[in-house]
Design a protein around this ligand. Structure first.
Ligand SMILES: Nc1ncnc2c1ncn2[C@@H]1O[C@H](COP(=O)(O)OP(=O)(O)O)[C@@H](O)[C@H]1O
Ligand SMILES: [Mg+2]
Length: 239
């Protein structure tokens, strides 16, 4: 099926509730093989719920297909198919060393297999700052370095699809730009990327398309070439 549609990810009618609150209402989304797209929207819109529902961390109804095959609603099984999520807030283990955190990313999929060294060296080439800090406690690094570690840890699983939930949160503009440029580079080398961002102008620079989530609904799909000003973007948020 992926050959006919060319989509690595197809989300259909995804709906998630927390008790009485419906946080995500019948979301539809497509990501083509090799594409990098952005998911924008204000705080509380349902972006994290969308990400967590895709990877099976939040119970949801609806269909998520990966290369045409229905994904099980189970986070470990989803990870094993080749989908990695860099969660909001990074989720790294502060007292553990940088290298131990990276090892965890590899363990989650296939243990510390023969491929470990190759994966580690690829991650350290992408983020040389981690190389200098391999034995340092992850929690003692700067926010930007911790975000690099969170991305690096996800890459240790050698994913085909990378989901990122607000990687720029709390980071200085320069560090954010550096991380987004690395994502663009990964995408150019073939990785499919779904990027949640509140800092829309930055995300739109590297994305080919964007979805806007408002009040739990994916309200619009926009071609990033159409967006040339803040005002135009605000129209999508406040329509
Ligand atoms: N664990 C939870 N329990 C109850 N409500 C939640 C939970 N997580 C998120 N919500 C609610 O769901 C809605 C969407 O949240 P979220 O997906 O985190 O939005 P965003 O990532 O766009 O800021 C919000 O109204 C939020 O308060
Ligand atoms: Mg969020």
């Amino acid at each position: 099926m992926s050959i006919t549609t060319g989509n690595i990810l197809e989300v259909r009618g995804l709906t998630a509730r927390y008790g009485e609150v419906t946080a995500l209402r019948s979301a539809d989304l497509d990501l083509k093989e090799g594409e990098l797209i952005a998911v924008l929207g204000p705080n509380g819109a349902g972006k994290s719920t969308l990400m967590r529902s895709i990877v099976g961390l939040t119970s949801a109804s609806g269909d998520v297909r990966f290369r045409g095959e229905l994904l099980p609603r189970n986070a470990a099984a989803v990870a094993a198919r080749g989908i990695a999520l860099v969660p909001e807030g990074r989720g790294i283990f502060g007292p553990m060393s940088v290298e131990e955190n990276l090892q965890l990313g590899a363990y989650m999929i296939n243990g510390r297999g023969e491929d470990y060294e190759r994966r580690l060296s690829r991650v350290l080439t992408l983020f040389p700052r981690l190389k200098e800090r391999l034995s340092q406690a992850a929690g003692s690094m700067s926010g930007g370095e911790q975000q690099m570690l969170a991305v690096g840890r996800a890459l240790m699983a050698d994913p085909k699809l990378l989901l990122l939930d607000e990687p720029s949160l709390g980071l200085a503009p320069k560090v954010t730009a550096e991380i987004l440029e690395t994502l663009a580079e990964l995408n150019r080398s073939g990785l499919s990327v779904l990027l949640v961002e509140q800092k829309a102008p930055l995300a739109l620079k590297i994305a080919s398309r964007a979805y806007v989530v408002v009040n739990g609904r994916i309200s619009t799909e926009i071609d990033t070439k159409e967006i040339t000003s803040h005002d135009q973007l605000a129209r999508y948020y406040f329509q």
